[in-house]
Design a protein around this ligand. Structure first.
Ligand SMILES: [Zn+2]
Length: 589
């Protein structure tokens, strides 16, 4: 149920240009009347994601995702319809109305809590920045200077300092009018076992963590002294912050990433800071943990080519290896750049400068080749047993490869390396790869099969021949729609009858469930030329009349079984009705 008045939703729909919205997430290229790009909802290399700006919908021929601009935001940002409306309204500068009394308290509460948490974080970020500039922040400023982080970078990253006092931030925020319970929910202050309520971050260098839109949603705090544990302390998960869904620094580098068509993925805040400051490459950071699927999806909005940059010992192991594997599985092109032993991008750039760093990036190699070399190191391929060893260690990697061509290609490399014949490697690879994760085939999708041809064509007509399709729908009676799979879609379309034909498709999509919208966009995006809407309507009525005719025939059969003589009158009556039906059917043809 919508909490906003329909009039407001309609306004947003008219303002929110679907091309403009989707293009921020997916690079699109013109393809005839529509635009296409790489689908953000499934892994693919060849674009099958289409946007029809004129009709206001998107559709993916690969995974069947589809819908209008609201459905895109709902599915992409994983938010409710309400939030999608809100996001778009804000983006296009519409004033969001006070929500009506029928709004559920929960939904209203969630949204206003998130809103309030964002405000708290903004205020806290300001406090930390000011503290860094004060005399007490001197040691923190010196540490940044020692790390060669200059004042411009400090400002761009919004770096700050949490002084070593127990309630500095708490007092500041309470004074600014935030309630203690909100501060507790923000995770910026915490309650100790003895009941005392104190700042989470004390005597730490503060790094604000932002969404890619720029709003600060969490903080990372680095220890000032060696004795301080942990070395890095992060905000806890809150209604506005989920660690696995954010990439550090993306808010600052997303447009450079898009322009350059690749991103360098580093591990820490200071790796990011150094690469960013030196403008050495378009960079984002994972902050120490392995990349999550959501982060990969976030990256995909901007690029599908990633260079990971690690210490030579780290790349094959732990979080780094898991990130690489995830990216390969998700269909990214992944390269690995090797730095010198014991170095990270932060220390490397400080020592050798950005030009050398870029040179390392240029010399980066595809992850799998890199892995192969790492594994082959120290093996002696004059020995059969060691050849087998390499093959066995490479087998699990094969499952990451998206298709047979890629597996064969990689097989050749392994064969060359281990001096085994291609065939041996390839057959081993293929055997293993038979049971690869199956994609969702079009036939697995519910719905389409249940629709009759005329239903599908009439739906298509609603998009491409709107006025006629509406007129055709008007000719149908409720009873004509009764047994149809698309009944709800048609009934909804009939209620939208007063809309201008050119906005009907998006008005319809907005009101459908995600599943129905997918079904509808899938039909609307299909290229086959539909029959004229009136013909479809006639076909649907004919189906209904034929169904009635068949029911009457069943009654006649039953009466005749009971004894034609006794039931003559009833049988005659039914024959009469059946003849009428036949005439009506003939009139339609
Ligand atoms: Zn898709």
């Amino acid at each position: 149920m919508s909490l906003f008045p329909q009039r407001f939703i309609d306004d947003v729909r008219l303002q929110a240009n679907i091309m403009q919205v989707i293009q921020e997430y997916v690079p699109l290229k013109r393809a005839g009347k529509s635009y296409k790009g790489v689908c953000p909802f499934h892994s693919e290399r060849t674009p099958s994601f289409h946007v029809d700006p004129e009709k206001g919908f998107f559709h993916c021929f690969g995974c069947q995702a589809g819908g209008d601009v609201f459905k895109f935001i709902e599915q992409y940002e994983k938010v409710s319809f309400q939030d999608a409306v809100r996001i778009l309204a804000r983006k296009f500068g519409l004033t969001i109305p006070e929500q009506g009394d029928d709004a559920s308290d929960d939904a209203r509460g969630d949204a206003s809590l998130r809103e309030a948490l964002l405000k708290v974080h903004e205020a806290a970020a300001g406090y930390f920045r000011e503290e860094l500039a004060k005399p007490l922040g001197e040691r923190a400023r010196k540490q940044l200077a020692d790390r060669r982080v200059d004042s411009k970078t400090i400002e761009r990253l919004g770096l700050g300092y949490a002084p070593g006092v127990p309630t500095g931030l708490k007092a500041h925020l309470l004074e600014a009018g935030f309630s203690q319970s909100l501060l507790l929910q923000s995770g910026l202050i915490l309650q100790r076992d003895n009941g005392e309520v104190v700042d989470r971050f004390r005597n730490r260098l503060i790094v604000p963590i932002s969404r890619d839109t720029g709003s600060v949603v969490a903080f990372g705090g680095r220890a000032m002294d060696d004795a301080q544990v942990p070395k890095y302390l992060n905000s806890p998960e809150t209604p506005i912050y989920s660690k696995g869904r954010i990439l550090y620094g993306l808010n600052l580098t997303k447009s450079v990433i898009r322009q350059n068509r690749y991103a360098v993925l580093v591990e820490g805040y200071f790796d990011f800071a150094q690469v960013f400051q030196a403008q050495a490459a378009p960079v984002v950071a994972t902050c120490g943990t392995a990349l999550t699927q959501q982060q990969a999806q976030l990256l995909r909005r901007f690029t599908t080519k990633i260079v990971l940059c690690y210490d030579p010992d780290a790349a094959g192991k732990g979080a780094a290896a898991r990130s690489c594997e995830l990216l390969v599985t998700e269909g990214f092109d992944v390269n690995v750049a090797e730095l010198d032993q014991g170095q990270d991008p932060d220390t490397f750039i400080q020592r050798h400068g950005p030009e050398q760093y870029r040179e390392r990036l240029r010399r980066s190699r595809p992850y799998l080749e890199y892995l192969l070399d790492q594994t082959a190191r120290g093996l002696d391929f004059r020995l059969d047993q060691q050849k087998r060893e390499l093959l066995n260690r490479m087998l699990p990697v094969v499952n990451l490869l998206p298709n047979e061509a890629a597996r064969d290609q990689f097989g050749e490399k392994v064969a060359f390396k281990a001096k085994i014949t291609d065939e041996v490697v390839r057959s081993a690879f293929r055997k293993l790869a038979v049971k690869k994760r199956p994609g969702l085939g079009a036939s697995d999708l519910p719905g389409l099969g249940a629709l009759k041809k005329a239903e599908r064509e009439l739906i298509c007509g609603l998009f491409h021949n709107t006025a006629q399709a509406l007129a055709a729908l008007d000719q149908l009676d409720t009873v004509d729609l009764e047994h149809l799979g698309a009944r709800e879609i048609f009934e909804l379309a009939r209620t939208l009858h007063d809309e201008q034909p050119d906005v009907l498709p998006s008005a319809l999509l907005q009101r459908l469930s995600i599943e129905d919208a997918q079904l509808v966009t899938r039909i609307a995006a299909s290229t086959s030329r539909p029959a004229p809407p009136l013909e479809c309507a006639h076909a649907l009525r004919r189906l209904r009349l034929e169904r009635e005719g068949a029911a009457i025939q069943r009654e006649i059969d039953r009466l005749q079984e009971l004894g034609a003589g006794q039931h003559e009158e009833e049988i005659d009556l039914r024959w009469q009705r059946k003849t009428d039906l036949r005439h009506r059917i003939e009139e339609l043809t």
